[in-house]
Design a protein. Structure first.
Length: 336
Protein backbone atom coordinates (compact mmCIF):
# COMPACT_ATOMS: atom_id res chain seq x y z
CA UNK A 1 0.00 0.00 0.00
CA UNK A 2 3.05 2.26 0.32
CA UNK A 3 2.92 2.98 -3.42
CA UNK A 4 -0.76 3.98 -3.39
CA UNK A 5 -0.73 7.74 -4.04
CA UNK A 6 -4.11 8.61 -2.53
CA UNK A 7 -3.42 6.83 0.76
CA UNK A 8 0.03 8.41 1.03
CA UNK A 9 -1.46 11.84 0.25
CA UNK A 10 -3.96 11.32 3.06
CA UNK A 11 -1.30 10.32 5.59
CA UNK A 12 0.82 13.33 4.59
CA UNK A 13 -2.26 15.53 5.01
CA UNK A 14 -2.74 14.20 8.56
CA UNK A 15 0.87 14.86 9.53
CA UNK A 16 1.58 18.18 7.82
CA UNK A 17 -1.79 19.90 7.56
CA UNK A 18 -3.74 18.46 10.49
CA UNK A 19 -0.57 18.17 12.62
CA UNK A 20 -1.38 14.68 13.86
CA UNK A 21 1.40 12.97 15.79
CA UNK A 22 3.45 10.33 13.95
CA UNK A 23 1.91 7.69 16.25
CA UNK A 24 -1.66 8.73 15.36
CA UNK A 25 -0.84 8.86 11.65
CA UNK A 26 0.66 5.37 11.93
CA UNK A 27 -2.57 4.08 13.50
CA UNK A 28 -4.60 5.59 10.64
CA UNK A 29 -2.22 3.93 8.17
CA UNK A 30 -2.69 0.53 9.85
CA UNK A 31 -6.48 0.91 9.71
CA UNK A 32 -6.30 1.79 6.01
CA UNK A 33 -4.04 -1.15 5.23
CA UNK A 34 -6.44 -3.52 6.94
CA UNK A 35 -9.34 -2.03 4.99
CA UNK A 36 -7.47 -2.40 1.69
CA UNK A 37 -6.76 -6.03 2.55
CA UNK A 38 -10.48 -6.53 3.05
CA UNK A 39 -11.27 -4.83 -0.29
CA UNK A 40 -8.90 -7.16 -2.14
CA UNK A 41 -10.45 -10.16 -0.43
CA UNK A 42 -13.98 -8.87 -0.97
CA UNK A 43 -13.38 -8.31 -4.68
CA UNK A 44 -12.28 -11.93 -5.15
CA UNK A 45 -9.12 -10.75 -6.85
CA UNK A 46 -5.95 -12.80 -6.47
CA UNK A 47 -2.50 -11.86 -7.64
CA UNK A 48 0.77 -13.70 -8.26
CA UNK A 49 -0.89 -16.94 -7.26
CA UNK A 50 -1.88 -15.55 -3.88
CA UNK A 51 -5.44 -16.50 -3.14
CA UNK A 52 -7.98 -13.83 -2.46
CA UNK A 53 -10.16 -14.15 0.59
CA UNK A 54 -7.47 -13.53 3.21
CA UNK A 55 -6.80 -10.30 5.01
CA UNK A 56 -4.72 -9.49 8.05
CA UNK A 57 -5.89 -8.19 11.40
CA UNK A 58 -2.73 -6.13 11.73
CA UNK A 59 -0.22 -4.59 9.36
CA UNK A 60 3.43 -5.46 9.54
CA UNK A 61 2.85 -9.17 10.18
CA UNK A 62 2.84 -11.95 7.60
CA UNK A 63 2.47 -11.11 3.92
CA UNK A 64 -1.05 -10.17 2.91
CA UNK A 65 -2.86 -9.80 -0.38
CA UNK A 66 -2.16 -6.05 -0.20
CA UNK A 67 1.48 -6.67 -1.06
CA UNK A 68 0.60 -8.43 -4.31
CA UNK A 69 -1.60 -5.77 -5.81
CA UNK A 70 -0.50 -2.85 -7.93
CA UNK A 71 -1.04 0.68 -6.67
CA UNK A 72 -3.41 1.30 -9.57
CA UNK A 73 -5.57 -1.70 -8.68
CA UNK A 74 -5.68 -0.65 -5.02
CA UNK A 75 -6.79 2.86 -5.98
CA UNK A 76 -9.52 1.41 -8.20
CA UNK A 77 -10.80 -0.71 -5.31
CA UNK A 78 -10.72 2.24 -2.89
CA UNK A 79 -12.58 4.56 -5.27
CA UNK A 80 -15.17 1.87 -6.12
CA UNK A 81 -16.28 1.49 -2.48
CA UNK A 82 -20.00 2.06 -1.92
CA UNK A 83 -22.32 1.85 1.07
CA UNK A 84 -22.85 -1.89 0.62
CA UNK A 85 -19.10 -2.50 0.65
CA UNK A 86 -18.84 -0.56 3.89
CA UNK A 87 -21.66 -2.60 5.43
CA UNK A 88 -19.89 -5.83 4.51
CA UNK A 89 -16.70 -4.50 6.11
CA UNK A 90 -18.54 -3.56 9.29
CA UNK A 91 -20.14 -7.02 9.38
CA UNK A 92 -16.68 -8.58 8.98
CA UNK A 93 -15.29 -6.54 11.89
CA UNK A 94 -18.21 -7.56 14.06
CA UNK A 95 -17.78 -11.21 13.09
CA UNK A 96 -14.13 -10.98 14.18
CA UNK A 97 -15.44 -9.72 17.53
CA UNK A 98 -13.66 -6.39 17.63
CA UNK A 99 -14.75 -4.20 20.51
CA UNK A 100 -17.22 -1.41 19.79
CA UNK A 101 -14.56 1.20 20.51
CA UNK A 102 -12.13 -0.40 18.02
CA UNK A 103 -14.82 -0.63 15.33
CA UNK A 104 -15.72 3.01 15.98
CA UNK A 105 -12.07 4.04 15.61
CA UNK A 106 -11.65 2.14 12.33
CA UNK A 107 -14.86 3.66 11.02
CA UNK A 108 -13.66 7.15 12.02
CA UNK A 109 -10.44 6.54 10.06
CA UNK A 110 -12.40 5.61 6.94
CA UNK A 111 -14.84 8.48 7.39
CA UNK A 112 -11.93 10.94 7.50
CA UNK A 113 -10.19 9.23 4.58
CA UNK A 114 -13.20 9.37 2.27
CA UNK A 115 -13.99 12.91 3.34
CA UNK A 116 -10.45 13.76 2.23
CA UNK A 117 -10.99 12.01 -1.12
CA UNK A 118 -14.17 14.03 -1.73
CA UNK A 119 -12.35 17.23 -0.74
CA UNK A 120 -9.56 16.45 -3.24
CA UNK A 121 -12.12 15.69 -5.98
CA UNK A 122 -11.33 11.99 -6.24
CA UNK A 123 -14.96 11.20 -5.40
CA UNK A 124 -18.26 13.07 -5.45
CA UNK A 125 -19.79 11.29 -2.43
CA UNK A 126 -18.52 9.87 0.84
CA UNK A 127 -19.69 6.22 1.10
CA UNK A 128 -19.09 6.19 4.86
CA UNK A 129 -21.46 9.06 5.70
CA UNK A 130 -24.54 6.87 6.09
CA UNK A 131 -22.76 4.20 8.17
CA UNK A 132 -23.68 4.61 11.82
CA UNK A 133 -21.01 4.44 14.51
CA UNK A 134 -21.65 1.59 16.97
CA UNK A 135 -23.19 2.83 20.19
CA UNK A 136 -20.45 2.99 22.81
CA UNK A 137 -20.69 1.82 26.36
CA UNK A 138 -20.41 4.83 28.64
CA UNK A 139 -17.45 4.35 30.94
CA UNK A 140 -16.81 7.08 33.47
CA UNK A 141 -13.14 8.02 33.83
CA UNK A 142 -11.42 6.81 36.95
CA UNK A 143 -10.43 9.59 39.36
CA UNK A 144 -8.85 9.85 42.79
CA UNK A 145 -10.29 11.34 45.94
CA UNK A 146 -8.37 14.23 47.54
CA UNK A 147 -6.92 11.98 50.24
CA UNK A 148 -5.52 9.52 47.69
CA UNK A 149 -4.07 12.37 45.66
CA UNK A 150 -2.19 13.58 48.73
CA UNK A 151 -0.94 10.06 49.48
CA UNK A 152 0.43 9.77 45.97
CA UNK A 153 1.99 13.25 45.90
CA UNK A 154 3.72 12.68 49.21
CA UNK A 155 5.25 9.35 48.18
CA UNK A 156 8.37 10.41 46.18
CA UNK A 157 11.36 11.21 48.43
CA UNK A 158 12.30 14.86 47.97
CA UNK A 159 15.86 14.64 49.28
CA UNK A 160 17.28 13.31 46.00
CA UNK A 161 17.22 14.94 42.58
CA UNK A 162 15.20 12.13 40.96
CA UNK A 163 12.75 12.01 43.86
CA UNK A 164 12.34 15.79 43.78
CA UNK A 165 11.79 15.57 40.01
CA UNK A 166 9.12 12.88 40.37
CA UNK A 167 7.31 14.84 43.09
CA UNK A 168 7.30 17.89 40.81
CA UNK A 169 6.00 15.80 37.91
CA UNK A 170 3.05 14.47 39.92
CA UNK A 171 2.30 17.94 41.31
CA UNK A 172 2.29 19.49 37.83
CA UNK A 173 0.07 16.76 36.33
CA UNK A 174 -2.53 17.20 39.05
CA UNK A 175 -2.28 20.99 39.35
CA UNK A 176 -2.73 21.68 35.63
CA UNK A 177 -4.52 18.60 34.27
CA UNK A 178 -2.07 18.47 31.38
CA UNK A 179 -1.42 15.29 29.43
CA UNK A 180 1.80 13.31 29.96
CA UNK A 181 2.69 13.98 26.31
CA UNK A 182 2.47 17.69 27.11
CA UNK A 183 4.44 17.41 30.33
CA UNK A 184 7.49 15.83 28.70
CA UNK A 185 7.64 18.73 26.20
CA UNK A 186 7.99 21.36 28.93
CA UNK A 187 11.08 23.56 28.85
CA UNK A 188 12.59 25.64 31.62
CA UNK A 189 11.23 28.90 30.21
CA UNK A 190 7.67 27.52 30.00
CA UNK A 191 7.17 28.05 33.74
CA UNK A 192 6.30 31.60 34.80
CA UNK A 193 6.88 31.63 38.55
CA UNK A 194 5.92 35.28 38.92
CA UNK A 195 2.67 35.00 36.94
CA UNK A 196 1.95 31.50 38.33
CA UNK A 197 1.15 30.12 34.89
CA UNK A 198 2.69 27.50 32.62
CA UNK A 199 2.95 27.37 28.82
CA UNK A 200 1.63 24.08 27.39
CA UNK A 201 2.07 22.68 23.87
CA UNK A 202 -0.98 20.54 23.21
CA UNK A 203 -2.32 18.23 20.53
CA UNK A 204 -2.20 19.46 16.95
CA UNK A 205 0.51 21.99 17.90
CA UNK A 206 -2.09 24.01 19.76
CA UNK A 207 -0.70 26.00 22.66
CA UNK A 208 -2.34 27.28 25.82
CA UNK A 209 -1.47 29.07 29.05
CA UNK A 210 -2.65 27.36 32.24
CA UNK A 211 -2.62 28.52 35.86
CA UNK A 212 -0.49 26.39 38.16
CA UNK A 213 -0.87 26.03 41.92
CA UNK A 214 1.64 27.24 44.49
CA UNK A 215 2.33 23.71 45.73
CA UNK A 216 3.34 22.62 42.22
CA UNK A 217 5.50 25.73 41.76
CA UNK A 218 7.28 25.04 45.04
CA UNK A 219 7.89 21.43 43.97
CA UNK A 220 9.34 22.64 40.65
CA UNK A 221 11.61 25.15 42.39
CA UNK A 222 12.87 22.48 44.79
CA UNK A 223 13.57 20.13 41.88
CA UNK A 224 15.33 22.84 39.86
CA UNK A 225 17.82 23.37 42.68
CA UNK A 226 18.86 19.71 42.37
CA UNK A 227 18.65 19.85 38.58
CA UNK A 228 20.95 22.85 38.23
CA UNK A 229 23.60 21.28 40.48
CA UNK A 230 23.39 18.12 38.43
CA UNK A 231 23.72 20.08 35.18
CA UNK A 232 26.91 21.80 36.39
CA UNK A 233 28.62 18.41 36.63
CA UNK A 234 27.26 17.00 33.35
CA UNK A 235 28.29 18.59 30.05
CA UNK A 236 25.71 16.46 28.19
CA UNK A 237 22.81 17.82 30.24
CA UNK A 238 20.26 19.63 28.06
CA UNK A 239 19.84 23.08 29.68
CA UNK A 240 16.53 23.71 27.90
CA UNK A 241 14.59 20.67 29.18
CA UNK A 242 12.59 20.99 32.41
CA UNK A 243 12.06 17.34 33.35
CA UNK A 244 15.22 15.43 32.46
CA UNK A 245 16.16 11.77 32.84
CA UNK A 246 19.29 10.60 34.63
CA UNK A 247 21.28 11.23 31.44
CA UNK A 248 20.19 14.85 31.29
CA UNK A 249 17.89 14.33 28.31
CA UNK A 250 14.16 14.80 27.91
CA UNK A 251 12.00 12.23 29.71
CA UNK A 252 9.79 9.93 27.64
CA UNK A 253 6.09 9.39 28.31
CA UNK A 254 6.88 5.74 28.98
CA UNK A 255 9.34 6.72 31.72
CA UNK A 256 6.71 8.89 33.41
CA UNK A 257 4.24 5.99 33.38
CA UNK A 258 6.84 3.63 34.88
CA UNK A 259 7.52 6.13 37.66
CA UNK A 260 3.80 6.47 38.29
CA UNK A 261 3.44 2.68 38.62
CA UNK A 262 6.30 2.64 41.12
CA UNK A 263 4.75 5.28 43.38
CA UNK A 264 1.28 3.73 43.15
CA UNK A 265 2.73 0.49 44.55
CA UNK A 266 4.58 2.40 47.25
CA UNK A 267 1.42 4.31 48.22
CA UNK A 268 -0.74 1.18 48.18
CA UNK A 269 -3.11 2.60 45.56
CA UNK A 270 -4.98 0.90 42.73
CA UNK A 271 -2.44 -0.22 40.06
CA UNK A 272 -5.07 0.49 37.39
CA UNK A 273 -4.46 4.22 37.97
CA UNK A 274 -2.44 5.94 35.25
CA UNK A 275 -0.97 9.41 34.79
CA UNK A 276 -4.13 10.26 32.87
CA UNK A 277 -6.09 9.57 36.07
CA UNK A 278 -4.52 12.71 37.53
CA UNK A 279 -5.98 14.64 34.58
CA UNK A 280 -9.41 13.13 35.28
CA UNK A 281 -9.01 13.96 38.98
CA UNK A 282 -8.07 17.55 38.20
CA UNK A 283 -11.16 18.06 36.02
CA UNK A 284 -13.51 16.36 38.46
CA UNK A 285 -12.22 18.30 41.45
CA UNK A 286 -12.44 21.59 39.53
CA UNK A 287 -16.10 20.97 38.70
CA UNK A 288 -16.88 19.77 42.22
CA UNK A 289 -15.49 23.05 43.50
CA UNK A 290 -17.66 25.22 41.28
CA UNK A 291 -15.66 25.71 38.07
CA UNK A 292 -17.79 26.06 34.94
CA UNK A 293 -17.54 23.53 32.13
CA UNK A 294 -16.18 25.98 29.55
CA UNK A 295 -13.29 26.96 31.81
CA UNK A 296 -12.39 23.32 32.44
CA UNK A 297 -12.54 22.69 28.68
CA UNK A 298 -9.99 25.45 28.08
CA UNK A 299 -7.72 24.25 30.90
CA UNK A 300 -7.73 20.70 29.54
CA UNK A 301 -7.19 21.84 25.97
CA UNK A 302 -10.27 20.00 24.67
CA UNK A 303 -11.35 21.04 21.20
CA UNK A 304 -14.96 20.05 21.81
CA UNK A 305 -17.06 20.80 24.87
CA UNK A 306 -18.72 17.38 24.53
CA UNK A 307 -15.37 15.77 25.43
CA UNK A 308 -15.32 17.70 28.70
CA UNK A 309 -18.95 16.93 29.53
CA UNK A 310 -18.07 13.41 30.72
CA UNK A 311 -16.76 15.03 33.90
CA UNK A 312 -20.19 16.45 34.69
CA UNK A 313 -21.37 12.84 35.03
CA UNK A 314 -18.59 12.24 37.55
CA UNK A 315 -19.60 15.34 39.50
CA UNK A 316 -23.28 14.42 39.39
CA UNK A 317 -22.49 10.90 40.58
CA UNK A 318 -20.52 12.32 43.49
CA UNK A 319 -23.31 14.72 44.44
CA UNK A 320 -25.87 11.88 44.35
CA UNK A 321 -23.58 9.72 46.46
CA UNK A 322 -23.28 12.45 49.09
CA UNK A 323 -27.03 13.08 48.96
CA UNK A 324 -27.85 9.40 49.37
CA UNK A 325 -25.46 9.25 52.31
CA UNK A 326 -27.18 12.17 54.00
CA UNK A 327 -30.68 10.88 53.18
CA UNK A 328 -30.72 7.08 53.49
CA UNK A 329 -33.50 5.37 51.61
CA UNK A 330 -34.83 3.62 54.75
CA UNK A 331 -35.55 7.02 56.35
CA UNK A 332 -38.02 7.74 53.55
CA UNK A 333 -39.52 4.28 53.72
CA UNK A 334 -40.14 4.64 57.45
CA UNK A 335 -42.16 7.79 56.87
CA UNK A 336 -44.57 6.19 54.43
Amino acid sequence: MNDCAITQDFLSYLKFEKHFSSHTAKCYGADLEQFVGFLISDSGVSGSGHAGGQWSDQSGGTATAVEFQTATKIEQLILAVDVETMRRYMAELNQRQYSKSTVARKLATLRSFYKFLVKRNHLSNNPVTSIRTPKQEKKLPLFLEYEDIQRLLNTPPVDTWLGARDRAILEVLYSTGMRVSELVLLNMDDVDFLGEVIHIRGKGKKERISPIGSSALQAIQHYIEFRNKRMQNDSNFDPKVLFANKHGRRLSTRSVRRKMDKYLRMAGLDPAISPHTLRHSFATHMLNNGADLRSVQELLGHQSLSTTQVYTHLSTSKIKEVYDGAHPRDSFESEE
